[in-house]
Design a protein around this ligand. Sequence first.
Ligand code: SAM
Ligand code: FES
Length: 345
Amino acid sequence: MPEVVDKLIEFHKLNRDEYAELLKYSENAEVRDRLSSEAVKLRKEYYGDKVFTRGLIEFTNYCKNDCYYCGIRRSNANADRYRLTKEEILDCCRNGYELGFRTFVLQGGEDGYYTDERMADIVRCIRRDYPDCAITLSIGEKSYESYRMYKEAGADRYLLRHETANDEHYRVLHPEDMSLKNRKECLYNLKKLGYQVGAGFMVGSPGQSIYTLADDMMFIQELAPEMVGIGPFIPHKDTKFKDEKAGTVDLTLYLLSIIRIMLPKVLLPATTALGTVDARGREKGLMTGCNVVMPNLSPVMNRKKYDLYDNKICTGEEAAECRGCLERRVESVGYRLVSERGDAL
Ligand code: SAM
Ligand code: FES
């Protein structure tokens, strides 16, 4: 067994060169199995057989940004745009609460229609109606003041994938008006404000290498976020990456197990993108250290429009069906979906 494997398992951290070295073994069955069983051991130690569930409400697909990989980027004229009203969002929460969800994730593009005041008002209403639920926001890069307003209104958590921790790679994926520096600063600001923070990245995005991934591992190690969202990159037909290959399930699973070992208590979702590249991708994620699933609570009529990448799954089912389907999937690999907020330990 390579020395770096034992070192990660013993110390829960490595340096950049060691991560790059470890990433060279992603196709070695023995190494994969070792890391995966250690990851599962740790997740069971802290979370037993529990899988937390988050109700995802994709409330707008308008976005001022132009991330090159993203299907709802500003310059995609083929995107059929929509916004949910506060009442529609609250309806999603009501439906979700009845189904047992105790975390709502409001995700959307960076949409100027939702000013800080509107956002804070929506958060306050959810907080008032569902005092026992966690509220997670995932609405991109904002100022410290804006994040503070949402926090005071009642938001608990924030998901902001850093996308890549390597400057050059960041430029491959984003236009000039966006910067990795600002993205990282946002994550540190969110931490300072007391949010439970989620960072993360796409696996197999154009320009990614074991060296950029080693930078991702170093950044995650340094930030020590409460949550890490990673899923395969999947091309979207209306982007310049339409002919690129999707990220693989195997590399995603390998990275998931490394992240679980690095941060044993981390909240780690088995993502929809993982379920899109492989029909049993989410189950495989659960068998490699994941402990969260994020079924969709958005109104079915809008689901297809939140079209980040091609062939996204779960766009035709009602929320109740999604929950039932996931419950069965989770049970099929020996875990149990629970109705809890599922805060970071
Ligand atoms: N606007 C917010 C933000 O930028 O954080 C949240 C919405 S954004 C669509 C959510 C995530 O979708 C991104 O962080 C990105 O990693 C992921 N995503 C976008 N396009 C994707 C693609 N083609 N394949 C896989 N994931 C993608
Ligand atoms: Fe803004 Fe994708 S470019 S959500």
